[in-house]
Design a binder for this molecule. Structure first.
Ligand code: ATP
Ligand code: MG
Length: 428
């Protein structure tokens, strides 16, 4: 036998047992976004490498270490998208959706980062992202947070999530602070963790985010961004906090929250949980007013966020927050005995589907004796087995066997079958 080829490490198959949980979550998000008036946009998973270098930033972890970049047959450098914002901005600009307009957009799909695979961290993972354009005020920042809070509430996980909030100010304020922070940290260079030492010259703000205990200790005495925050950003942030307070949204101010991508300014936020261990951020975003201009468009205010589907599914599983009915995939399993009845069963199933379109019916295929077919019906998870033999066929009836209750089998005329099934399902 030939050697089997396996999936790429960190890239998962979603198996049929698990897909209902993904569908449940995706459907919840989709309908919620629809209720808030957001429109879906779909972008390619491949973009020119330059797009990510220019947006995410040359000296970020993503661009330095994590991108799947290759030359295609024409020698062009292409990259599998590591996140959705850059592609969304590219698409919106390319199709004239930005200038003098307001947009509320969302997308979903796979993202690719060459990270060390572990629980909650994969090389192909999935995000649902939300991006808004053309809106300057803190009201839209608040809307995005309210929308996400409502989603957690509807999923039954709000109590397990904490909202962390920070402002990164204007690019001038950040530049000033970068200098102050670097000057301070230079004096402690040898005590910083290795990553932070490297970042001192490349991306010092990211040091605030270091998980190293010693580095965090040193940071206690570091200059605070507060002292450099520009007035406009201060007011924007105060406005946001006020709106969240009025809406009863709880949050924690986290001055160390900086995010891993260069394009953020002013508001940044993350929803985190303790229930998943160290991969606890399930949703993260912020304002990126400079990005459209940086990518060659006319300056356009923008704010958005992305949530990680794998982590949300894990969280919902951990908290047992998925509804039990998700495992119930079929209402009825139609068995048929004898060659003629088997052919007729397919037609009968079609009739039932026409009469009661919401019924979920599977027809047994491949023949076999009574015992085998009933076993299949049971394994299918269906509530009911429908039995059809040549005798039933000639009399225009079918039998209903109740697979999940202690109840006598009944015989029903075919003309009343669909309604009888539906009524039975509704009464339980
Ligand atoms: P982290 O700090 O966990 O590395 P990040 O800041 O790199 O996250 P973002 O780029 O902001 O993450 O992506 C938004 C969300 O996408 C994250 O909050 C997380 O839920 C999810 N996510 C990011 N990277 C991965 C990954 N490699 N595998 C699974 N989910 C991920
Ligand atoms: Mg990351």
């Amino acid at each position: 036998m030939a050697k089997k080829i396996q999936a790429i490490r960190g890239m998962n198959d979603l198996l049929p047992d698990a897909s209902p949980r993904w569908q449940y979550l995706e459907e919840k998000v989709r309908t919620l976004l629809d209720r808030y008036g957001y429109s879906e946009i779909r972008m390619p998973v491949l973009e020119q490498t330059a797009l990510f270098k220019r947006s995410i930033g040359e000296v970020t972890d993503i661009v330095e270490k994590e991108m799947y970049t290759f030359e295609d047959r024409n020698g062009d450098s292409l990259t599998l998208r590591p996140e959705g914002t850059a592609g969304c901005v590219r698409a919106a600009e390319e199709h004239g959706l930005l200038f003098n307009q307001q947009q509320r957009l969302w997308y979903q799909g796979p993202m690719f980062r060459h990270e060390r695979p572990q629980k909650g961290r994969y090389r192909q993972f999935h995000q649902i992202g939300v991006e808004t354009f053309g809106l300057t005020g803190p009201d839209i920042d608040a809307e995005l947070i309210l929308l996400s809070a409502r989603l957690w509430k509807e999923l039954g996980i709000l109590d397990h999530l904490t909202l962390e909030l920070n402002t990164l100010g204007s690019s001038e304020a950040r530049a000033q602070y970068r200098t102050a922070l670097t000057t301070f940290l230079e004096q402690h260079r040898q005590d910083l963790d290795e990553d932070s030492q490297r970042r001192l010259t490349t991306n010092p703000l990211r040091i605030l985010d270091s998980k190293d205990a010693r580095t965090q200790e040193i940071l206690e005495a570091a200059p605070r961004f507060e002292e450099h925050l520009d007035e406009e950003s201060r007011q924007h942030f105060a406005g946001l906090c006020q709106l969240l307070d009025a809406a009863g949204i709880q949050y924690t101010l986290n001055p160390r929250l900086v995010r891993g991508l260069d394009y953020y300014g002013k508001t940044v936020f993350e929803w985190t949980t303790r229930a998943l261990g160290s991969q606890g951020t399930v949703c993260a975003g912020g304002r990126y007013d400079g990005l459209v201009d940086q990518l060659g468009g006319r300056a356009t205010p923008a704010v958005g966020f992305a949530m990680g589907i794998e982590r949300l599914v894990l969280l919902l599983e951990t908290l047992e927050a998925f509804p039990a009915e998700l495992d119930q995939r079929l209402d009825a399993y139609l068995t048929a005995f004898g060659e003629e009845a088997q052919g007729y069963a397919l037609l009968l199933a079609e009739r039932l589907r026409s009469e009661q379109p919401e019924l979920r019916i599977q027809t047994h295929c491949g023949g076999g004796n009574f015992k085998k077919q009933i076993k299949k019906a049971d394994q299918s998870g269906a509530r009911l087995a429908l039995l059809l033999g040549e005798d039933e066929m000639s009399r225009g009836v079918a039998s209903i066997k109740f697979l999940r209750e202690d109840k006598e089998q009944i015989e029903v005329p075919v003309s009343e079958l669909a309604l009888t099934i539906k009524e039975h399902l509704q009464s339980h």
